[in-house]
Design a binder for this molecule. Structure first.
Ligand code: IVH
Length: 671
C-alpha cells in the first residue's frame, strides 16, 4: 500500500472508532458489540505499531499515555472561572429575573434551564481542533494542568471534526453513580478511606498524578460553555450547546429553552422528580439568559455572572445545629473532621455526630460551628452533613479551617496530590498508634474478643501496651490489679490473646494494616505464600502473580516488609510465637485447560450465568465478580454495562458469547 493509502486507512479507522466511542459514551446507543469495537481498536493499534510515523496525539489509541508526574503545573485561566449565585426558592428566582430586566431595560429574549451537575469544573483548550490543555478551576484565576488525565475521559473528544482554530470549552467532570459505588467498594476492600460522594471522588481523581490511575476511575464530562471561540460566533447559549453536541461533547441532558419563569418552574419540578433515577448527582438547576449579547450586556460581579443563577433543590434529611467540629485521626493518619450535633432523630435513631469527611467537603459545604445544617444518612448509613441553612448562620461566625498540624502530636499534616485526605505522617503519633492497636485486635483483624477501645486505652495508659506484640506480654496477675478487672476477666483475656496466635495468616496480614491489603487481598496472599517469611522474600513480580494482586498492592506489601519499624514488629511478634504458617497447595493441572485464567461474565448470555461460570470453573478457570488488570477475559452478553467499560479502560480482552464458544471449542471444552 502506498504511504497515502496507509494514512487514509488509519484516518478512516480512527473516524469509525471515534463514531463508536461517541455512540457508546455520549449518545449511549452503541451500534456494535464490544467485541467488535475491541477488534477495531486492535486493528488500529497494529497499524500504528507498523507505521509509528502515523501516530497522532488525537488518535483513540492515545487516550492514556505518559508517565506519572511529580506535581501538577499551575496555569492562569484566560478569563476567570466564576461561580454561580444560588437561589433556594421561586422568590429568589423572581428577584434574579427582576435584576436581569432592570439590567437590560427589557425582558430577556429567552432563558435556558439546564441541570446543575454536582462535579468539578474544567476548562479545555483546543487548538486547530486538537485538545491542547485541560485546567481545573482552582481558585478561579489559576488552576492545575490536568491535560493527561482529561484525555482519559471518553465522553470528551480529543479532536473536533471541523478543526476550529482556537476555542475554550468549559464543563463539569463527574462520576456516574455506578462507577462511584464500584470505586468505593474496592477502596474499602483495600482498607482505603472511601470517597465522601461522587463529587469528592471526581475532584480527587481529576488531580491524580498518574493518568493511568485516572483512566481507571472512568470519569465523565458534560460541556456547558464556550467562553472563547476564535473566528466563530454564536448568537445564543442554546446555539452553543447545539454546536458542542455537534463537536462530539456530551451536553447536559434535557436542557430546555424557556420563554419565562413558568417553564423554568415546570423544568425544576420535572427534574426534581427524576433526579433520583438519573445515574449521576445533580444539586439543582442552572437558569441562564439565552442571548449572548444580553449576557455580555449584563456582565458579572467579581464572583458571579449576572446572566445566570443556580436554583438549589432543598436538601434531604433533618435539621439540627452544629455544636462543634472535632478532627479525628485514623489508623492511616487520615484526619477526619466530625460535626458534634445537637441530637436529632434520623431514620429511627438519634444522631449526635456526623462525618464531614475531609477538607474539600468542609470547604464546599462551608460548615461552621453554630450553623444550622441538614443531616442525612448516606448509602452506607453513616450520618453526613449534606447542607448548611444560610438563614441559621450567626453574623460573627468564622469559617472552619482544617488544622495544619495533627491534633494529637502536632506534626505538620501532609496531603498528596489527588488525595482527598490530609494525613499525620508521624508513625509515633499516639492517636495513630491507638487506632492501629484497636484495628489489630478488632473483628476484621486478629479478632481478640473482649478488647474494646476502652480497654485498649486503659492498658495503654497503664503502660502495658507499647505495640501489638506487647499483647502477648500481658500478665493476668498484673491485669487483675487494674480498676474494673478481676482474676477471672484477666485470665480470660490472656487466654483469648494466647489463642489469637493460632489465627490464620490472612487475619494477621489484615491486622498489620498494610496499606491496600484488605481481607480479599490478604486471603489470596496467605494462600499463595503461606507465611510471613515467604511474603517477605517475594519480589513485586512474584506478588503480582497472585490472583487480584496488582502493582499497587504488590508495591505496598514489598514496602511494608522492607520497613525497619515493621521488621522490628514482626521480629517481636515471632519471638512471642505469632508467626502463622499455612500449607501452600500446588494447583492441580491435568484436565484443567483454563487453569490460571480469570473470567468476568457480564450482561445477558443465552444460558444462565451460573451455568457458564460452572463450566469455566470446572475447566480450571476462576470466575470473578469484578474486572481488574489481572482479568484474562471479559465475556460480555447483551446490555453489558460498567464492567465492560472497565474492561475497555484497562485494556482487558473482551469476547462476546460467540467468541467464548469458539475459544472453548478450540480447547475441546464442551459448551
Ligand atoms: S454555568 C459561572 N452550567 O456549578 C460559570 N455551571 O456552583 C458558568 N455547574 O462552577 C457556569 N452544572 O462548576 C454552569 N449546567 C451548568 C453547570 C454548572 C454544574 C457548576 C460549575 C460552577 C458551579 C457553580
Amino acid at each position: 500500500m502506498t504511504r497515502i493509502g496507509e494514512r487514509k486507512k488509519v484516518e478512516e479507522l480512527r473516524k469509525e472508532i471515534r463514531r463508536h466511542e461517541h455512540l457508546y459514551y455520549v449518545a449511549t446507543k452503541p451500534e456494535i458489540s464490544d467485541f467488535a469495537f475491541d477488534q477495531l481498536m486492535a486493528k488500529l493499534r497494529r497499524l500504528e505499531e507498523t507505521h509509528p510515523e502515523l501516530v497522532s496525539s488525537d488518535s483513540p489509541t492515545q487516550r492514556v499515555g505518559g508517565t506519572p508526574l511529580d506535581s501538577l503545573r499551575q496555569v492562569q485561566h484566560a478569563t476567570p472561572m466564576l461561580s454561580l449565585d444560588n437561589s433556594y426558592n421561586e422568590g429568589d428566582l423572581e428577584e434574579w429575573l427582576g435584576r436581569v430586566r432592570r439590567g437590560l431595560g427589557r425582558e430577556p429574549a429567552g432563558l435556558v434551564a439546564e441541570l446543575k451537575i454536582d462535579g468539578v469544573s474544567l476548562s479545555l483548550t483546543y487548538e486547530n481542533g486538537g485538545l491542547q490543555r485541560a485546567v481545573t478551576r482552582g481558585n478561579g484565576e489559576i488552576g492545575d494542568d490536568v491535560t493527561a488525565n482529561a484525555r482519559t475521559i471518553r465522553s470528551l473528544p480529543l479532536a473536533l471534526p471541523d478543526r476550529p482554530t482556537a476555542i475554550e470549552v468549559r464543563g463539569e467532570v463527574y462520576l456516574p453513580h455506578e462507577v462511584f459505588r464500584e470505586l468505593n467498594r474496592s477502596r474499602r476492600e483495600e482498607g482505603e478511606e472511601p470517597f465522601a460522594n461522587p463529587r469528592n471522588a471526581a475532584a480527587g481523581s481529576v488531580r491524580l498524578l498518574d493518568p493511568h490511575e485516572c483512566g481507571r476511575r472512568r470519569l465523565a464530562f458534560f460541556a456547558y460553555q464556550v467562553p472563547r471561540a476564535e473566528g466563530l460566533s454564536f448568537a445564543s447559549h442554546s446555539e452553543t450547546l447545539e454546536r458542542l453536541a455537534a463537536w462530539g461533547f456530551a451536553v447536559n441532558p434535557g436542557w430546555l429553552r424557556c420563554s419565562g419563569l413558568e417553564e423554568v418552574r415546570a423544568f425544576i419540578g420535572q427534574w426534581g422528580e427524576r433526579r433520583a433515577r438519573l445515574g449521576f448527582d445533580i444539586d439543582g438547576v442552572v437558569v441562564k439568559v439565552d442571548n449572548l449579547e444580553e449576557q455580555r450586556a449584563l456582565g458579572a460581579t467579581s464572583k458571579f455572572p449576572r446572566w445566570a443563577v443556580a436554583y438549589k433543590y432543598p436538601p434531604e434529611g433533618e435539621k439540627t445545629r452544629v455544636r462543634g467540629i472535632v478532627v479525628q485521626v485514623g489508623r492511616t493518619g487520615a484526619l477526619t473532621p466530625v460535626a458534634d450535633l445537637e441530637p436529632v432523630s434520623l431514620a429511627g435513631s438519634t444522631v449526635s455526630r456526623a462525618t464531614l469527611h475531609n477538607a474539600d467537603e468542609v470547604a464546599r459545604l462551608d460548615v461552621r460551628v453554630g450553623d444550622v445544617v441538614w443531616v442525612a444518612k448516606g448509602g452506607d448509613v453513616i450520618p453526613k452533613v449534606v447542607a448548611v441553612d444560610p438563614a441559621g448562620r450567626a453574623v460573627d461566625s468564622e469559617p472552619f479551617r482544617m488544622p495544619e498540624r495533627c491534633p494529637s502530636c502536632f506534626t505538620t499534616v501532609v496531603r498528596e496530590p489527588g488525595e482527598v485526605v490530609a494525613r499525620c505522617p508521624n508513625r509515633r503519633c499516639p492517636a495513630v498508634r491507638r487506632q492501629r492497636l484497636f484495628h489489630f485486635v478488632s473483628r476484621g483483624g486478629l479478632d481478640v474478643e473482649g478488647l474494646g477501645r476502652r480497654f485498649i486505652d486503659q492498658l495503654s495508659q497503664a503502660g502495658l501496651l507499647e505495640d501489638p506484640a506487647s499483647l502477648w506480654d500481658l500478665d493476668a496477675a498484673r491485669l487483675a490489679e487494674l480498676p474494673q478487672w478481676g482474676d477471672t476477666s484477666a485470665a480470660k483475656l490472656v487466654e483469648q490473646i494466647a489463642a489469637a496466635r493460632k489465627r490464620p495468616l490472612w487475619r494477621l496480614l489484615v491486622a498489620l494494616g498494610i496499606r491496600h491489603v484488605g481481607e480479599k487481598a490478604a486471603k489470596v496472599l496467605a494462600a499463595k505464600f503461606g507465611s510471613l517469611v515467604a511474603l517477605e522474600r517475594a519480589s513485586t513480580e512474584e506478588l503480582e502473580e497472585a490472583e487480584g494482586i496488582g502493582p499497587t498492592i504488590a508495591m505496598s506489601v514489598a514496602a511494608f516488609f522492607t520497613d525497619e519499624e515493621a521488621q522490628a514488629l514482626l521480629c517481636r511478634l515471632r519471638k512471642r510465637g505469632v508467626d502463622p504458617h499455612e500449607v501452600v497447595q500446588a494447583p492441580k493441572t491435568e484436565g484443567r485447560p483454563l487453569l490460571g485464567l480469570t473470567f468476568v461474565l457480564t450482561g445477558t448470555l443465552s444460558r444462565p450465568r451460573e451455568s457458564v461460570a460452572g463450566l469455566l470453573e470446572e475447566a480450571g478457570a476462576r470466575v470473578a465478580d469484578n474486572v481488574s488488570r489481572r482479568t484474562s477475559y471479559v465475556v460480555a452478553g447483551e446490555d453489558a454495562g460498567s464492567k465492560l467499560e472497565r474492561a475497555r479502560s484497562l485494556g482487558v480482552t473482551v469476547m462476546d458469547e460467540h467468541g467464548l464458544r469458539t475459544f472453548l471449542g478450540e480447547r475441546r471444552i464442551a459448551w
